[in-house]
Design a protein around this ligand. Structure first.
Ligand code: AMP
Ligand code: MG
Length: 422
């Protein structure tokens, strides 16, 4: 692979995703399945609803008995029984009869419709009890207020097909159909490897020339938020041997290895040499800023992605490449964040022809139009802008000044990927 070859963001993402295979399925408890993707059709063992039932409190009747009924000319019917939710009706309704029925109660034989309590003299009175009569002041359409058996799903039918994301309503469907275990794509195991002899761990105070390792933890949080399981490896010192060793170990244990640092052209950058020894490099540069030296390859079955060391380059690279990759491995269809066009609040000068991923905030102005604010330093060494940001403000390739009020693409980072309703 030629050193100078630099991929566009889209080319690089396509390459990354082409290596992202969906994970094998695993069976889990349905109450642990929220947000996962179904690997198998979920079937119902019963009709849902299991029986025809009333959608209202009222009277189960035969619609043709009530033709012409009105307040002036009510129709009087004999009330043969009271059917509450959970009761099994015992009598069939014949012409001239009605059964008093509650919401969710099973429809009695013979009846084809339910008249709401409000249209009878039993409304807010104690009239119309079983054994008495009821006066009905309105006609009813045949089938009105009846919910039929199997409307949601029939016994043996698919209630939720494979490939669907499990949301809160899906959990209700699983419960209604007796599915307490479901098959989902398993979470990929993401190994996090920070490289750098200057790094000390979070619980240490850095000595001269040292800094705390923040990338491992930010990347781990990003991986977890994308739905992955995480292994954080101890920091790797900048030697070829140490890098080789952790890559060997991680490639056995992980589906995806995410490194930070050591991908530039410094004297102590060993990610690429170690990757070349153990596996293959697919690309090592992407036409973007921050984070030009994004490196991708594979060792055996594991994908390895080398993020740059600067904290915000590292953060941007993860969001731009690895979140979509992890989502693909988890079986999601929607991999991209929603994108809106927003007006740049302040002109921006571009000193490099790369695509810029700025960390900013998209807000609505008084006219209801989206505006992109950039209030914090865009230095790739600083993470504070990313903390306050709700969006990546994208400045396209090319050099020069991007004028205030130019419409730019903004990826909404605080909105779930959702098939692009924006
Ligand atoms: P490198 O790509 O290894 O040359 O690192 C670029 C910059 O990012 C240097 O200033 C490093 O000190 C810094 N850096 C590298 N790794 C980390 C890390 N894990 N946490 C915080 N800063 C880092
Ligand atoms: Mg380094």
């Amino acid at each position: 692979m030629a050193d100078e070859q630099q991929l566009s963001y889209e080319e690089a993402l396509e390459k990354v995703l082409s290596f992202g295979e969906r994970m094998p399925a695993e069976e889990i408890d349905f109450m642990d399945s929220l947000g996962r993707v179904l690997a198998e059709d979920v079937l119902s063992d019963i009709d849902v609803a299991p029986f025809d039932n009333s959608a209202m409190d009222g009277f189960a009747v035969i619609a043709s008995d009530l033709e012409g009924a009105s307040e002036e000319n009510p129709v009087t019917l004999d009330v043969i029984e009271l059917i509450a939710a959970g009761d099994a009706p015992v009598q069939a309704v014949k012409s001239g009869q009605a059964a008093r029925i509650m919401t969710g109660a099973a429809m009695p034989e013979g009846a084809d419709s339910v008249v709401k309590l409000e249209f009878t003299n039993a409304y807010k009175t104690d009239l119309g009890q079983a054994g008495q009569t009821v006066q009905i002041m309105a006609p009813v359409e045949k089938g009105a207020n009846v919910r039929y058996a199997g409307e949601e799903v029939k016994a043996g039918g698919v209630v939720v097909p494979a490939g669907e994301e499990i949301g809160v309503a899906t959990i209700g469907l699983f419960a209604a159909t007796g599915n307490t275990k479901v098959k989902v794509y398993r979470r990929p195991v993401v190994g996090i490897v920070a490289t750098g002899s200057e790094l000390v761990d979070v619980d240490e105070k850095p000595g001269p020339g040292q800094i705390r390792n923040s990338n491992s933890y930010a990347n781990a949080a990003q991986a977890m938020s994308a739905g992955a399981d995480v292994i954080i490896y101890p920091v790797v010192e900048d030697t070829y041997e140490a890098t080789l060793e952790v890559f060997k170990e991680a490639s056995e244990e992980c589906d995806l290895i995410v490194t930070s640092g050591g991908v530039s052209v410094g004297d102590f950058d060993f990610v690429r040499p170690a990757l070349e020894t153990l596996g293959e490099v697919e690309f090592a540069k992407v036409n973007m800023r921050p984070g030009n030296p994004q490196t991708m390859g594979h060792i055996g079955k594991a994908i390895l992605f080398g993020l740059p060391g600067n904290p915000s380059s590292c953060y941007v690279g993860f969001e731009a490449f690895l979140r979509p990759l992890i989502r693909k491995m988890l079986g999601y269809k929607d991999l991209a964040r929603p994108i809106v066009k927003a007006k740049l609040a302040v002109g921006q000068s571009k000193r490099q022809p790369r695509r810029y991923f700025l960390r900013g905030n998209v807000v609505k102005d008084e006219q209801g139009e989206y505006v992109a604010n950039l209030d914090y330093s865009q230095s790739s060494a600083l993470l504070t802008a990313a903390h306050y940001a709700n969006a990546f403000i994208i400045l396209p390739e090319g050099v020069g000044y991007v004028e205030k009020d130019t419409l730019v693409d903004c990826w909404l980072l605080d909105v779930e990927e959702s098939g692009g309703i924006f």
